[in-house]
Design a protein. Structure first.
Length: 211
């Protein structure tokens, strides 16, 4: 029993230390006006998520679709129910020990990213969307997708590593609590699972509410 209590105490202190160091690392970069971090925070929504076991954080960022730019997704639909528009930059950017560690950026010169949503056109021909169906995805090649719903943000990245293994990374951020869950799978076998907390930033300023 004592050993179990000691293990839980040590584990709790380790998690607290890891998130504290990750938060401190992020704060230092913001204070120093680090160009990479400032660029990541300029978007409509930037979720800064602090990993629990080490001095490491990642930023999920994206720009929201233009309400006036929805186009019919399929020409064969008599009455359109699916709409799309080209997306701006989005991705996930990681930092370890205060250094730029890795980045997955999706821009228009890579496989095109599009917003897709279900909805309908009202009497004024304006598109009325179903917010829970909002998705941002890429076409062809390696797959990246963000689903934005009133409840959560889910990012899915699928790609091949240097050993040609199929890798899948999933990150879900709960909008109400700003807590995240992240896990990795290699060839459909889960190899890592973690939880932690995030901050929401929008256009360079920290926000308290959902985006």
């Amino acid at each position: 029993m004592k050993e179990t209590v000691l293990f839980l105490l040590i584990t709790g202190l380790s998690l607290a230390w890891g998130q504290q160091k990750a938060q401190q690392s992020f704060d230092e970069l913001v204070t120093a006006h680090d160009p990479d971090v400032i660029d990541d925070l300029k978007h409509d929504a930037s979720y800064v998520c602090f990993e629990p076991k080490e001095e490491k954080f990642f930023i999920i960022f994206y720009d929201l679709p233009d309400p006036a730019s929805w186009q019919n997704a399929y020409s064969w639909e008599t009455v359109a129910t699916t709409f799309r528009q080209d997306a701006k930059q989005f991705g996930i950017h990681e930092y370890t020990n205060g250094m730029d560690d890795d980045q997955l950026y999706l821009v228009l010169n890579r496989p095109k990213a599009v917003w897709e949503v279900e909805g309908y056109r009202n009497a004024q021909k304006k598109v009325v969307i179903n917010p829970s169906s909002l998705q941002l995805s890429t076409a062809g090649g390696e797959g990246y997708k963000i689903e934005v719903s009133p409840a959560s943000i889910v990012l899915l990245a699928e790609y091949k590593n240097a050993q040609k293994d199929g890798v899948r990374r999933t990150v879900e951020v709960r909008q109400s609590t700003k807590r995240f869950r992240q896990y990795w799978e290699v060839n459909d076998s889960r190899i890592e699972d973690m939880t932690g907390r995030c901050e929401l930033w929008s256009r360079g300023k920290q926000r308290s509410g959902a985006k």
